[in-house]
Ligand binder design. Structure first.
Ligand SMILES: Cc1ncc(COP(=O)(O)O)c(C=O)c1O
Length: 375
């Protein structure tokens, strides 16, 4: 069997920073969901993205869940959410028995279309929150979206699970809204094996999130509970991995950009292939390099995926939009184009191997397999 080429796999620092922090945790016996690594990882992420406070949690999904609770989203209240995303963005809305309304993408960023968002406000004037996703590490038009949310007095939550380190007009994604979340799942640009972070400038809300994430224990000698809590706090071991990984985040972004540029250069003579656009004012982290094929292309996304799989190379379709998911069929979907943009991206897109462990030669193999389909 040929060596597997992955979409995105964990890539620990060659210096071994992660193991140093994990060893410290073992040496001091802080093998627990609290300790120096947890506190420092929060501080270091907050400093990196330029925000005041951060709460380290077990996953990005847990972070979205607690962001919704922090925003006081209650049963049956409406939450506007990006249609083109992973279901993890939406599931926490359902955990809180609130009602998602899906907002279509726009062509230039693939993210939430500000025009569709405006239209959603016409139909539902009083949503409780908006969750916008920065898909594949490419920033949404976050200042326009924030302006719309501010105008309507609605809390903005940024799902920056895929976009840690990406900036819009020089400011980090995840720091525009009232709350931002990041994921350190195994496939993300930096990973802790699993983990997430909720960030905000609001000290009181972040303290509350830490309280909920540790079973909502009141200050008392005995175990006293006035609210429902969760076991969502990040472990000190996991946080140690995160601290080490954060040291190589900029290096990883550089490697991901190189992967994207190699594909772009290689496919420039195949008019059927379009790279995911880099929008104006944005510096993506290029978590995944994604292409779309023109409608009349003789090669279809499935042809590419099958050809790669034959050589033990992983690729994926673009996320299947939420409005097309059987589990969310009862919820509304707002679009401005006749044909939903999200559907079109799903039907025409392919996520290509974007692994920072991939060598230049590995990428050449991927490129040649794809190019050969046009011969
Ligand atoms: C857009 C998006 N939101 C949320 C999540 C959830 O993060 P986690 O896997 O850490 O729960 C992910 C990734 O897994 C994601 O890609």
């Amino acid at each position: 069997m040929k060596k597997r080429i992955f979409l995105a796999s964990p890539n620990m620092s060659k210096e071994g920073y992660e193991q140093k922090y994990v060893k410290e945790a073992f040496d001091t016996n802080w093998v627990a969901p609290l300790g120096e690594n947890v506190n420092k990882f929060e501080e270091e992420i907050a400093n990196y993205v330029g925000i005041k406070h951060a709460a380290a949690l077990t996953s990005g999904t847990a972070a979205i869940h607690l962001a919704l609770k922090a925003a006081n989203v209650k049963k049956e209240e409406i939450v506007f959410v990006s249609d083109l995303t992973f279901s993890a963005t939406v599931n926490p809305i359902i955990y809180e028995n609130a009602t998602p309304v899906f907002i279509d993408s726009e062509k230039d960023t693939w993210n939430m279309d500000p025009k569709a968002l405006e239209k959603a406000f016409e139909k539902y004037p009083n949503p409780k929150a908006v969750i916008v996703v920065h898909l594949y590490g490419t920033p949404a038009k976050i200042d326009e979206i924030k302006e719309i949310c501010d105008k309507h007095g609605v809390t903005l939550i940024e799902d920056a699970a895929e976009s840690l380190g990406a900036t819009y007009k020089g400011k980090q994604t995840g720091t525009f809204g009232k709350y931002g979340i990041y994921s350190f799942n195994g496939n993300k640009i930096i990973t802790t094996s699993g983990g997430g972070m909720l960030v905000s400038d609001d000290e009181e809300r972040i303290a509350k999130v830490r309280f909920w994430s540790t079973q909502a224990r009141e200050k008392a000698r005995h175990y006293e509970h006035k609210e429902i809590g969760y076991n969502y706090r990040m472990s000190n071991i996991v946080a140690g991995i995160g601290r080490g990984q954060l040291k190589v985040l900029d290096e990883r972004i550089g490697q991901k950009a190189e992967i994207y540029n190699n594909y772009k250069e290689a496919f420039k003579d195949i008019p059927d292939i379009e790279m995911e656009p880099i929008p104006e004012n944005s510096k993506p982290n290029h978590w995944l390099s994604v292409i779309t094929l023109k409608e009349n292309s003789k090669v279809k996304p499935l042809d590419i995926m099958i050809a790669l799989e034959k050589e033990n190379i992983e690729s994926r379709p673009v996320w299947k939009p939420m409005h097309m998911q059987p589990v969310f069929k009862d919820y509304d979907f707002i679009k401005v184009e006749e044909e939903p943009v999200s559907t079109e991206l799903f039907e025409r897109g392919v996520c290509l191997p974007s692994d920072t462990n991939m060598t230049k030669e590995d990428q050449e193999v991927v490129i040649n397999i794809i190019k050969n389909l046009w011969k």
